[in-house]
Ligand binder design. Structure first.
Ligand SMILES: [Zn+2]
Length: 137
């Protein structure tokens, strides 16, 4: 029995979907753990910065360090939203379909980036017109 060529195959099999679901489930679990850890770290930092200071001095803590902490939490939350959305697309039967042009995203691309919502063509259009947006995660 020959294995299908995943680099050009576009239709997702039941096994592909099961693999994607398992991977996204485990990613969601990992992100939740990361969020708990990041939240605990941020709390620790604010408490350390305020030790012995007037509570009003909290605002005097170096803003760049606090901002970086919040940015990391925001990034994890965004990844969690995208992961949850990908799991819903599997549930609703739309996983693997480009949300812009409705063509198949492709098995290889989904294998590399299981949360993507755009095919390569549409991703390239987004990257060309809006370089600040990162459609591949
Ligand atoms: Zn597309």
């Amino acid at each position: 029995m020959t294995k299908p060529n995943t680099s050009t195959r576009h239709s997702l099999t039941t096994a592909d979907l099961a693999r994607a679901r398992a991977r996204l489930d485990s990613e969601l679990f990992r992100l939740r753990e990361e969020l708990v850890t990041a939240g605990a770290d941020a709390t620790t930092y604010v408490r350390c910065g305020a030790t012995g200071d007037d509570p009003g001095d909290l605002g005097a803590a170096p803003p760049s360090r606090i901002d970086r902490g919040n940015g990391a939490v925001a990034e994890v939350r965004l990844l969690m939203q995208e992961t949850t959305a990908a799991l819903k697309r599997i549930e609703y039967g739309t996983y693997g379909t480009c949300e812009s042009c409705t063509h198949p995203i492709g098995v290889a691309r989904l294998g590399a980036f299981p949360r993507v919502t755009l095919c390569l063509h549409c991703r390239d259009l987004v990257a060309h017109h809006w370089p600040a947006i990162r459609p591949d995660r």
